[in-house]
Design a protein around this ligand. Sequence first.
Ligand code: SF4
Length: 76
Amino acid sequence: MASLDETERGFGLCASCGHARRIRSGRGSTFLRCGLSDTDPAYRRYPPIPVTLCAGYDPSASQERPEASETGKSFK
Ligand code: SF4
């Protein structure tokens, strides 16, 4: 796993969860989307961060989806 930058450390558990999808905006902000929300409505698409407790946390989960670009919400 790549080292985390300061922004990603602020994501809490999501920073090392395999369900997390990192999104970089055109303005350089980093967002995090929970991939588990695609299949389980119990999880929020954009969880409030930092996430400190999560039943879905799985550092070994697949991260098969590439990063995407998106504008809008920011966790900064
Ligand atoms: S499952 Fe939990 S820890 Fe993993 S990305 Fe979603 S909200 Fe974050």
